[in-house]
Design a protein around this ligand. Structure first.
Ligand SMILES: [Zn+2]
Ligand SMILES: [Zn+2]
Length: 205
């Protein structure tokens, strides 16, 4: 693992980051030497420093280099020679962004947490994989989250090749979100489960 990218600062999106650093510190044999780069919207440096005040200084100095960087919207950020990260503001919290990773094989767009946004659909245009939140069922819709139907509309408007649904609140988790999204998007849809892996560009899962 070389990079961790945060979409926003709600704790369901960073809560396990200290545990990850702790695990990399103590369970990597031989001890990890490679840097870990933590990226996110403006404020991520401040967030990690505040976490270190609670968890301890090891979070910033775990025995391997830690880099923490704020990413600017609209400025492609190279992760390595082939892969580039971009962020785009979305309606959820003031700092919230969607993320895109572009590589020779294709483009992944992750919505982060977001409400419906035609600007996001434009920015996500042509994504090979659109990883979209769909937190809430239609009856509980809010303007800072998507329903499965709205995730389907986003995929349709973006012309995505493969819609992968995630971030289910319990009422959605016990329903069939792929079916609900499929009423709005005719393409391929997968409801993600923990541990799933997806290949971009190869056509397979
Ligand atoms: Zn959130
Ligand atoms: Zn969330």
């Amino acid at each position: 693992m070389s990079h961790v990218v945060l979409s926003h600062f709600h704790p369901d999106h960073w809560g396990e980051l200290p545990m990850l650093v702790y695990a990399l510190k103590y369970t990597t044999m031989p001890p990890r030497q490679e840097p870990l780069v933590i990226l996110g919207p403006r404020g991520v440096v401040r967030l990690i420093k505040q976490l270190a005040e609670g968890y301890g200084p090891w979070l910033l100095d775990p025995g391997f280099p830690i880099g923490i960087l704020d990413v600017q919207d609209g400025e492609p950020f190279p992760l390595d020679r082939d892969v580039s990260l971009e962020t785009f503001p979305v309606p959820h919290t003031p700092e919230s962004v969607a993320l895109s990773l572009t590589a020779p094989e294709g483009r992944l767009v992750y919505t982060g947490d977001t409400g419906p946004s035609s600007e996001l659909a434009r920015w996500a245009g042509g994504a090979d994989v659109l990883l979209a939140e769909c937190s809430l069922p239609k009856e509980m819709a809010l303007d800072i989250h998507l329903t499965p139907e709205q995730a389907g509309e986003l995929a349709r408007d973006a012309g995505a090749r493969h819609l992968v649904l995630t971030h289910f609140y319990p009422p959605v988790e016990t329903s069939d979100p792929a079916r609900a999204a499929g009423a709005r998007f005719p393409g391929r849809i997968t409801a993600a489960k923990d541990g799933d892996r997806f290949t971009i560009g190869g056509g397979g899962k």
